[in-house]
Design a protein around this ligand. Structure first.
Ligand code: NAD
Length: 296
């Protein structure tokens, strides 16, 4: 009964924000509602240090073909991210850089200053995407500040993170500019159909945080079973399921072989039968905080 209910509310597939998804040798892009193309795979660096660990991870990722890095003020590693991009063999203009405005800055009405501070820590004069990290008090004023930062060329796109349907509706109704992105917790146990449905209506792209369920995917035998059919790993199956749902993924690892493993997503295609089998794992289970009930 429960499975049937979740199966009914899951997102229709394929959504085709931009294209029929396809198998390519390396890297697919999603076209945002402002026309920019974002690489569908990025490296997340939450809980990585502000030094060599993060620099190495980003260099390994770029060598493996990633062209997208996701950080935030609260990760306290923007300086290392900036250093990694300045010392990389890939030009900065080829790498999508996302960072986020932290909750204290949103509450204090200091988003405009926080944008400048982020650029200074990153050692860059622009970021590709700036997100409001959580829907805390003051998010409408903060959104207006991001719109100004966009007009000033400090950011190429602006978006949200952890905005549920009600928060998102506020921004859509009261903002001047539509968000390009909503970054939310998303994985086979949690697909957040309501927030995604409203995003889809406005062509707001979705990035999955914790796409690997913070490592807990290893406890789910179905992924390993499906992986055998494609000569792939369980991690690659979970990430591929996200990609085939038109979701951008930012798996985190600082381990070179896992970074490489997580990049090998573009040379196979899960069958509809396997996609549906993974869909049916949905159980509304979060590994991170609930955006309607958090205390930070
Ligand atoms: P994740 O789902 O990416 O899982 C990371 C864990 O999986 C780590 O323990 C890692 O060692 C393990 N792992 C990675 N690849 C593996 C592999 N191939 N095999 C086995 N284990 C593997 O979790 P996450 O870090 O929570 O999320 C990813 C990124 O999302 C973060 O780094 C951050 O950039 C972003 N994020 C954003 C928010 C937000 O509020 N916007 C919240 C959490 C995370």
């Amino acid at each position: 009964m429960l499975l049937t209910l979740f199966a009914c509310i899951r997102r229709p597939r394929p959504k085709n924000l931009t294209r029929p998804w396809r198998v390519t040798p390396f890297m697919q892009y999603i076209t945002l509602n402002n026309g920019l193309k974002i690489p569908q795979l990025g490296l997340g660096v939450w809980q990585a240090d502000n030094g060599q660990e993060t620099i190495n991870a980003i260099h390994w990722a770029l060598d493996a073909g990633y062209r997208h890095v996701d950080t935030a003020k609260v990760y306290k590693n923007e300086e290392a991210v900036g250093k990694a991009l300045r010392t990389a063999s890939i030009p900065r203009t080829d790498v999508w850089l996302t960072t986020k405005i932290w909750n204290d800055d949103i509450r204090a009405g200091r988003t405009a200053t926080a944008v400048d501070e982020a650029l200074a820590r990153l050692g860059t004069d622009y970021v590709d995407l700036m997100l409001l990290h959580w829907p805390v008090d003051g998010y409408l004023a903060a959104w207006a500040d991001l719109e100004k930062a966009l007009a000033a060329g400090k950011v190429r796109a602006i978006g949200l993170s952890n905005f549920m349907e009600d928060h998102l509706a506020d921004i859509i109704d009261q903002g001047e500019i539509l968000p390009a992105m909503n970054q939310i917790e998303y994985h086979p146990y949690l697909v957040q159909a309501d927030a995604i449905s409203l995003s889809d209506q406005h062509n707001i792209a979705i990035t999955a945080w914790s796409p690997l369920m913070q490592g807990e995917f290893l406890q789910e035998p179905l992924f390993a079973d499906i992986a055998k059919a494609y000569d792939k790993t369980a991690a690659q199956v979970v990430l591929r399921w996200c990609l085939q749902n038109d979701i951008i993924v930012i798996p985190k690892s600082t381990n070179q072989s896992r970074i490489q493993e997580n990049s090998l997503l573009f040379d196979f295609e899960l069958s509809e039968e396997h996609m549906v089998a993974i869909d049916e794992l949905e159980r509304n289970q979060r590994f991170g905080p609930d955006p309607h009930n958090f205390d930070f």
